[in-house]
Design a protein around this ligand. Structure first.
Ligand code: CTP
Length: 408
């Protein structure tokens, strides 16, 4: 096993240079998801390295030895080393204590065993030595490998979800992504946390990171169905009722309309009560534009879908859709809006522009003011509906409208 793991690590792209360069430095270990995925035979690994010592110093030294870049991060004393295409994240092994449930943990340096003990699930609580006689040695004090083989997501201790309720979402994500099952005692603990404090003790930003990851899972429908079955939608907010099929459809439709798939899924999640959930969406601290798109889509997609079901002139389709974010179109499609007008809008209508401008109208004697803007809009409407075409036609129609309006 040890020799095999050593070889597998050495055969990862770039590692043939990294491993010899680590010799003589503080003991280093591949940890967390990287070990899990390596044992599962996953192709692309996020390489997290734990250092029993000063991770930032080791990262600097490694980058020096290999001619790469080391970027140090303030938080938790971590560093990232980039060597061509290869990226390695370094962190010092640490102990974590939670001052209160859901809070960010207080951290202090500690040996590897404690670093593994602070982690979420047994399958994520393994390490493989990278240096000296420890190279290739699997450190698995919590039975992670056996759980990996049986496909089980299991917490390390009974307070795990209480300490960090974002693990509720992580458990579902691993179940879905890896095709695993949450182990029965762990599931009982998850249900107890869900129906108790839920995720209310965690900051919105941390909920956001895990929730968006979950909504980005390839099998999002299964993930959300399981989330709802465990009561995690209500644990996120009492008004949340996750509709797994709607969320899956919204995410699929996102690619057809150029929407952000995860934001479209989030809009579908809050579509059950957008007004009641607006404060919760704000608390997620998405960027302002993303948050506005989610809420606008969640509020507007249903009326939009209803309106699009009627027979509409192209100008009416344009008027309905031109100020909607693409996520609203994705959610409208998921709610059963007909594809044809949305396709027509995206393929042609949205790019239709007048050949004339306000300057042309001013030169023809129309004073600046609301009548001028209205004339341009009215002419665009006529152009969209195929009533006018070409510059001369446009100018005549716009002047006629502006003068008629002036005379009114
Ligand atoms: N971790 C944890 N509790 C959390 C978040 C992370 O114990 N709430 C630990 C886990 O051991 C995890 C590691 O930190 O493996 C790295 O976290 P992250 O990058 O989020 O997970 P990975 O397993 O590396 O990656 P992914 O889940 O995306 O595959």
């Amino acid at each position: 096993m040890t020799a095999e793991l050593r070889e597998r690590i050495a055969s990862l792209p770039g590692m043939e240079r990294v491993l010899p360069a680590l010799e003589g430095l503080d003991p280093a270990y591949l940890v967390g998801g990287a070990v899990r995925d390596l044992l599962l035979g996953v192709e692309h690994l996020d390489l997290d390295v734990a250092v029993d010592g000063d991770a930032r110093r080791l990262a600097r030294e490694l980058a020096d030895r290999l001619g790469g870049d080391a970027v140090e991060h303030e938080r938790f004393g971590t560093a990232t080393v980039t060597l061509g295409d290869l990226e390695l994240d370094f962190a010092s092994t640490r102990r974590e204590t939670y001052p209160r449930p859901g809070a960010l943990p207080e951290v202090e340096p500690a040996p590897l065993a404690e670093d593994l003990r602070r982690r979420d699930f047994t399958v994520n609580a393994m390490a493989i030595g990278l240096t000296g006689g420890d190279a290739g040695v699997l450190h698995d004090p919590h039975g992670g490998r056996a759980d990996l083989e049986q496909g089980l997501v299991r917490v390390l201790h009974d307070r795990s979800f209480e300490d960090d309720p974002t693990r509720l979402l992580r458990a579902v994500r691993y179940e879905t992504r890896l095709g695993f099952r949450i182990e029965p005692h762990t599931e009982a603990l998850a249900r107890a946390q869900a129906s108790g404090d839920g995720l209310s003790t965690v900051s919105g930003a941390r909920v956001r990171d895990e929730l968006l990851d979950l909504l980005g899972e390839p099998e999002v429908g299964a993930a959300v169905a399981r989330m709802a079955e465990l009561g995690l939608d209500r644990a996120l907010h009492p008004l949340l009722r996750a509709d797994a099929r709607l969320i899956e459809r919204a995410r699929d439709a996102a690619s057809e309309v150029g929407a952000d798939p995860v934001l479209a899924a989030l809009a579908a999640l809050v579509a059950c009560d957008p007004d009641g959930l607006a404060g919760w969406v704000d608390d997620l601290h998405l960027t302002r534009g993303r948050s506005a798109a989610v809420l606008r889509a969640a509020r507007g997609a249903r009326p939009l879908a209803d309106a699009l079901r009627r027979e509409l002139a192209p100008s009416a389709v344009h008027a309905l859709l031109h100020s909607e974010p693409p996520e609203a179109l994705a959610l409208a499609l998921a709610l059963g809006a007909p594809e044809e007008p949305i396709r027509a809008y995206l393929d042609t209508l949205r790019d239709v522009k007048l050949e004339i401008t306000g300057e042309d109208l001013k030169r023809a004697g129309i004073p600046e003011g609301p009548a001028l803007g209205r004339a341009l809009r009215e002419t665009l409407r006529l152009k969209l509906d195929g009533v006018v075409s070409g510059r001369g036609d446009e100018l005549r129609a716009a002047l006629e409208t502006a003068r008629r309006r002036e005379g009114e």
